[in-house]
Design a protein around this ligand. Structure first.
Ligand SMILES: *Cc1c(COP(=O)(O)O)cnc(C)c1O
Length: 431
């Protein structure tokens, strides 16, 4: 057989080869399966590798920063693309006391997985299932309009709802306005007296905490203190007051109150434009990697991908990377970095639905030739000088939050370090 079809490029349609089985398109991955050819742990042709030890490390760091306030790990949107259930478990192991999500449906999925930690859901619609939330012991964020529905659900379930009243201190999204506040607190307290609910929390969300020099955070903080005082005057007896997100948890101890709601930091990413994860003591938990599909020699002036917006400068090699916008790689991010064999190459031409191309350039005797099967990393923890989520955010004109959150379900999540190592310090934090 000629070289191109020999060896590891030979066709293999074996149904037991994990990375080609259709069931592997869903996640989480089944642990413990081995590659039948090598006998080694599963090898995925494409995966988002989630390092659960990095999650635990980040949570321990946030627990230390927030102390004596407690940590709520925000695991909405499938834990920002990392997988809600494994991340929630790792976060709780590392000392998070609460979990937070946007939708009741997300909270119910955590309960269905057997997670019984305190859990808050804060974004609702007319059709949200408050009854299921009350039945499952899920705390409900309430901006005002939901109150009647929550009370009806509590009557139905014959169980008081646990409610966190949300105030809009300036973000202009959900939350009661300060004008509505006293009326909302009054109404909630009447229902509390009837045994239909308990107001256990008051919270608000910050608008500009990622820009620590801006004065609006001080204004939001002052407003939050005022509404807390008003609620306490009305006899509210709270378990938790909470305001801070990741940037505020890291930069504004005066916003911590009893609980900080941290999302981005749990995943090891920096919310600040001028500060890296490492500078904040955080470790990015997701590595997006695949293997080169194919390498081929082309002539100078070869057009690349739809629109032919890129042409090779000289005779050389193009490498095909089997990830595209259907996998969540932003289509606009031409130029984004791909690391192969210790070197970083920019994506050239348009990113397509399933694939994209990098130009390895003319054959270079000084570097080891790259061939199909070579590991290709779009982003990882950056520790080896390799590309990071922030590089892709820059290439796409967006923020790191969006890049990880939009990695699609077609990319299997592969979990590493599922067991906490005994010397990791987790037990120390729990004590
Ligand atoms: C998403 C969210 C958070 C977490 O924000 P990060 O910046 O990721 O820490 C906290 N609170 C609310 C209300 C949120 O919607």
């Amino acid at each position: 057989m000629s070289g191109v079809l020999a060896g590891r490029n030979a066709p293999d349609y074996s149904a037991s080869w994990p990375s080609t089985r259709i069931t592997k398109v869903t996640y989480p991955a089944t642990p413990g399966e081995t590659n039948p050819r090598s006998g080694r742990s599963p090898r995925y042709e494409r995966s988002a590798v989630i390092d659960l030890e990095a999650i635990r490390h980040n949570v321990r760091r946030l627990v230390a920063v927030a102390s004596p306030a407690k940590v709520m790990a925000v695991v909405k949107a499938d834990a920002y693309g990392h997988g809600a259930v494994p991340v929630a478990r790792a976060a709780l192991e590392a000392g998070a006391k609460w979990l937070g999500v946007a939708h009741i449906s997300e909270a119910l999925a955590l309960r269905a997985a057997g997670i019984d930690a305190p859990l808050l859901a804060w974004l609702h619609t007319q059709d949200s299932n408050f009854g299921a939330a009350v039945a499952a012991g899920i705390d409900i964020g309430c901006s005002g309009w939901e109150l009647e529905r929550i009370v009806a659900a509590a009557r139905d379930q014959q169980r008081p709802a646990r409610v966190h009243l949300k105030v809009d201190t300036g973000l202009g999204r959900n939350g009661a306005t300060t004008q509505m506040w006293d009326a909302l607190v009054g109404e909630a307290m009447e229902y509390q007296d009837e045994g239909l609910l308990r107001v256990v929390g008051i919270f608000s969300h910050l608008a500009v905490a990622d820009e620590p020099h801006r004065p609006e955070t001080d204004q939001q903080l002052a407003t939050f203190r005022e509404v807390l005082a008003a609620a306490e005057d009305a006899g509210v007896d709270l378990e938790v007051r909470h305001l801070a997100n990741t940037p505020a948890a890291l930069s504004r101890p005066d916003t911590h109150f009893d609980l900080v709601r941290v999302g981005l930091g749990v995943y090891g990413l920096s919310p600040f434009a001028g500060q890296s994860s490492a500078e904040l003591g955080l470790r990015p938990a997701m590595t997006l990697r695949t293997e080169v599909s194919q390498c081929k020699e082309v002539q100078a002036d070869q057009g690349v991908s739809y629109g032919l917006h890129y042409r090779t400068a000289a005779q050389g090699t193009l490498a095909l990377i089997p990830l595209g916008y259907a996998d969540g790689v932003p289509r606009i991010a031409t130029g984004g970095p791909v690391r192969i064999a210790g070197r970083t190459y920019p994506v050239v031409g348009r990113i397509a639905m399933d694939q994209m191309v990098i130009d390895l350039g003319p054959d270079n005797a000084e570097i080891e030739p790259i061939s199909g099967g070579a590991e290709a990393v779009l982003f990882g923890d950056g520790a080896d000088g390799g590309p990071t989520v922030d590089d892709w955010a820059l290439a796409a004109g967006t923020i790191n939050y969006e890049v990880v959150t939009r990695i699609s379900p077609r990319v299997p999540r592969q979990y590493v370090n599922e067991q906490a190592s005994p010397d990791s310090g987790a037990t120390m934090v729990r004590a």
